[in-house]
Ligand binder design. Structure first.
Ligand code: ARG
Length: 455
């Protein structure tokens, strides 16, 4: 395809280092779509004849069928998906196949394919995220009033509801969707027609090909069109942030499902046994999702390193872009699917959650707030008084609710038995009515909001 000026063939090792077909065959569908749009445009602009245009389109259809049926033989000697398809086209339709590459280079061809592929990946990820949000929302709905300990520093902080906790992830994954949506929008411009780097002397119509491929518009600068990989980096950055968000809920599942917590029971379908310890139920899927975060970040770092310092315009370094994106896409898609199914399948254990919420004086803030509200104490002083009362209760081995009011009065004589009303887990949770707070009524508002969003 490119051997005109060469006298001898490439070294054997070139046959090892050059080919990308083993991975870029995943771009076959996009490559065919790009070639069809290009061929139609060439024919309608009179750059190739209508007959040649028809022959090319027919040949490409046949190749599409062969690939779908698994009958296409991908050849490493033909380097990449572009040359494999073009060579097969020549076998099918003869010399007219050579006209397809008029006003085009593999440089604009490959990045057109790749943009189309990454765009579709953004859409698949959005669907995966939507399914996960729905699974979380369904559990949140069942548990808008289920009390669990809320932690900061992994120490008991204030009681919250399980629904509120799950909705925090619905928010997080909503922002992930926004990142993929933004990236998709920015990458949705057509590089096709940039040719090798400088454009072409043929009177091509880039608007038509852009439109045919669903791009919003052609890219303005042909050098940018073939050089830019920030769209792929942006995808990988969004994938990395998503993977870190997934790793956090995965980490919670690992913790919640251990018998020491027992907050949730993962289904048999998402746990595995041990070959030595008969009692085990290991949360493998959650652990794997958590573990795969490093791999997705690695994909981002690898491609950022490829692009760093790379002069314009095209360098074959850029052939290293695809595997990283494919790997990250496969990883986040499988992680999302597993996480959504695991969430849908888990059974919360409200009794265990409540029992775990009791110790650690999680309503001490409510006591301090009462001192502020009723006794008009400055918060700092109230904090100190409540701390002394916690110390007293701790010494007696009782909860705040169980501590006699007379004992509290030794610390602050003005305390009355009315304080008892704010010291239970339920009153604490129900009192947190501020916007975004954990009160079941507020949680239900959030649920209603997300139900509208996720329809
Ligand atoms: N396989 C190449 C890639 O993935 C296609 C473009 C090659 N262009 C070139 N002039 N060698 O980037």
């Amino acid at each position: 395809m490119w051997g005109g000026r060469f006298e001898s063939g490439p070294a054997a090792i070139m046959g090892e280092i050059t080919p990308s077909i083993d991975f870029d065959k995943r771009l076959a569908g996009e490559d065919l779509a790009g070639s069809k749009a290009h061929a139609r445009m060439l024919a309608s602009e009179g750059i190739i004849s209508k007959d040649d245009g028809q022959a090319i389109l027919k040949g490409l259809d046949q190749i599409e069928k062969e690939i779908a049926e698994g009958a296409f033989s991908f050849k490493r000697e033909l380097e990449d998906i572009h040359l494999n398809i073009e060579a097969r086209l020549a076998e099918i339709i003869g010399p007219a196949a050579g006209k397809l590459h008029t006003a085009r280079s593999r440089n604009d061809q490959v990045v057109t394919d790749f943009r189309l592929w990454v765009r579709a990946a953004c859409e698949r990820t959005d669907h995966g995220l939507l399914a996960l949000q729905r699974a979380l929302l369904a559990q949140a709905e069942m548990h808008s009033g289920t009390i669990m300990p809320g932690f900061t520093h992994m120490q008991p902080a204030q009681p919250v509801t399980f629904g509120h906790h799950l909705l925090a992830y619905v928010e997080m994954f909503g922002r992930d969707r926004g990142r993929f949506e933004d990236a998709r929008k920015r990458m949705n411009e057509s590089p096709l027609g940039a040719a090798a780097l400088a454009g072409t002397s043929f009177a091509i119509d880039r608007d038509t090909t852009a439109m045919a491929l669903g791009f919003a518009r052609p890219m303005r600068n042909s050098m940018d069109a073939i050089s830019a990989r920030d769209f792929a980096l942006e995808y990988l950055a969004a994938a990395t942030i998503l993977a870190t968000n997934l790793s956090r809920i995965a980490g919670e599942l690992v913790q919640w499902s251990t018998p020491a917590f027992g907050f949730v029971k993962l289904s048999d379908a998402f746990t595995t046994g041990s070959s030595i310890m008969p009692q085990k139920r290991n949360p493998d899927a959650a652990e794997l999702i958590r573990g795969k975060t490093g791999r997705v970040l690695g994909d981002f770092v690898a491609l950022a390193t490829v692009v760093k310092g790379l002069v314009l315009a095209y360098g074959t370094d850029l052939q290293e872009d695809k595997e990283r994106v494919f790997d990250a896409a496969d990883t986040i898609e499988i992680s999302l699917a597993a996480m959504a199914a695991m969430i849908a399948d888990l059974t919360a254990q409200p009794d265990r959650m409540r029992a775990a919420a009791e110790p650690g004086y999680p309503t001490a803030t409510d006591l301090a707030d009462w001192l502020v509200r009723v006794l008009k104490k400055p918060f700092r002083e109230a904090h100190h008084i409540a701390g002394s009362i916690v110390k007293l209760a701790e010494g007696k081995g009782v909860t705040l609710e169980q501590l006699p009011v007379a004992d509290m009065q030794t610390v602050e004589p003005a305390i009355t038995k009315d304080v008892l009303a704010v010291l239970s887990l339920d009153s604490s949770v129900h009192s947190r009515m501020s916007l975004g707070g954990t009160a079941p009524a507020r949680v239900k508002e959030q649920i209603a909001f997300w139900k509208g969003q996720l329809k």
